[in-house]
Structure formats: C-alpha cells, structure tokens
Design a protein around this ligand. Structure first.
Ligand code: ZN
Length: 268
C-alpha cells in the first residue's frame, strides 16, 4: 500500500466512489484496502478505499487523527465530511454506537430519522462567512435509509427507527439528563452531530446506522463501562459490514431525493 495525494490526473483514473462510510468505534481493520490522504481546508484525512459488492467505497475512520483514538468532542468533523465530497462521493453512510433510552436489544440497530442536538462546543457549519439556514425537515437521506432498512429486513435483523440525541461527551450522561432526553429521543450518542448537518450543507446524502451497545444512564443495571460498548460492537461488526455492503449495492445510480438541493433558497 502506498500513501498518495489525490491529484487531478489521478482522480480521473480512479474508479468512482459510490459511498463514503464514516466509521465509528470498531472500524479499525482495513484489510484489502488502499489508502489516500485527502487535503481539506480543515486538515488532512486518510480514506481507505475498497470494493464492496462491485461498488467502490471509501472508509473514513472517524476516530482516527492525530491521536490513537480521537475523542468525540475533538473529532475533525468538518475535515471528514469535506473529504467525503472531495472523494467525489455523493452519499455518506455513517456508523454510530448508541445507548438506548427505549430498551432496544443490545446489538440491535437503529436508523435515525431525526435528531436532537445537545452538543456544546462543536463547529456545526461550513458557512462561517455567509448566512445559510439549511432546512432540516428531513435530515437523513430517505434513499439511503431505505437501502439500509431493506438490507436489514432481508437478513431478518432486528432494527428500529427513531430520534438520535447527540450529547457533547466525552463523559456519559447523567440520570437527570437521560430522564429529560428520553421524553423526546430514542437513542443517545456523541458522534452523529454535526456530521449530518455538515453533509446537508454540502448537499450530500447522509444516513446513519446505529448499533445499540449499552443502556443509557439509569436504565441498565449499574455503571456504564466502555468494555460493554466495545464487546457489543465487536459482536455486531460483521453483521454491520454485511448490511452496509448490501445497502451500497442497492443504491440507485442516480439520486432521486432532494438532498442535492439542500441549500437552494437557504441563503439570506
Ligand atoms: Zn439523499
């Protein structure tokens, strides 16, 4: 494997990237991948490319970066999403681990259909020098969501749809916070925001598949530990990859959703 910068003449020869996978915890093995360094205005990003069911995909491990495991509040979200666009992809599939606030089975999957943003210190826009109010009536791409759901159903895998609440972290939430958030949300995580917003601003299609790795604070038997999160993720990893690879192979060649017009009429 040779690290290479993307140059224009190389880009023309590269196979088209059908989707970028923004991989969460557990996306650490990249066998059979080649990798590229992508320069963005926000920093460099390493993307691993490989074939999935005859489609070319790029995987960007979200927690990679200058540290061994970049914590959720320090992830360079803007660089990662910008790199997805730079790769020429129009679609982004994100994997996130979540705590359930509604008793979903451990290791089951949730496809977010809306979100609540409880983050505090993250830059959530590319538009620093102009006012752009991007519509969020449908934050997650209906086409990708359908492909993910079809893939889960084909495999008879338990899943649910629901509202994803994002907290700042890196600490877990308090009981009082979960008591409040669960009135409106279904699962809670720390990495889904601002990715979905940034993708929308770049008019990319974005959807997420969340693995339920733990009960939210106060809903399980005691203290939350990272070990239980990792253990559940490891158990679900192969299934998750299979679901994503099926979904990628079913993505229509042309986008028929409205994600590509997300900023139309949004500028002041
Ligand atoms: Zn879309």
């Amino acid at each position: 494997m040779q690290k290479q910068k993307i140059r224009k003449n190389q880009r023309e020869q590269d196979p088209e990237i059908s989707a970028v996978i923004l991989g969460g915890v557990g996306f650490t093995s990249f066998e059979d991948c080649s990798y590229r360094m992508i320069s963005t205005p926000y920093g460099n990003v390493t993307a691993y490319t490989r074939e999935m069911k005859k489609r070319q995909v790029a995987i960007i491990p979200r927690h990679a970066g200058t540290q061994e495991h970049t914590p959720p509040h320090r992830i360079n979200y803007r660089a990662n999403v910008w790199a997805a666009k730079e790769l020429g992809a129009k679609r982004v599939i994100s994997t996130n681990s979540v705590g359930t606030m509604k008793n979903h089975p451990m290791g089951s999957f949730v496809i977010p259909d809306d979100f609540l943003d409880f983050t505090k210190n993250r830059v959530s826009t590319f538009f620093d020098n102009e006012t752009v109010h991007v519509d969020m009536v449908e934050p997650y791409c209906p086409e990708i969501k359908k492909c993910l759901k079809d893939s889960l159903e084909k495999r008879s895998i338990t899943y649910d749809e629901g509202v994803y609440a994002c907290t700042e972290g890196p600490r877990f939430e308090t009981r009082a916070e979960i008591n409040m958030i669960r009135q409106f949300g279904d699962v809670v995580g720390m990495t889904g925001i601002p990715e979905v917003i940034l993708a929308k601003e770049l008019e990319l299609c974005y959807a997420s598949i969340c693995t339920v790795t733990n009960y939210a604070c106060g809903m399980g038997d005691g203290k939350l530990t990272v070990d239980e999160v990792i253990e559940t993720l490891e158990g679900a990893k192969d299934v998750l990859l299979g679901v994503i690879s099926d979904a990628v192979s079913k993505l229509p060649a042309k986008r028929n959703c409205s994600c590509m017009n997300a900023t139309a009429g949004a500028r002041v």
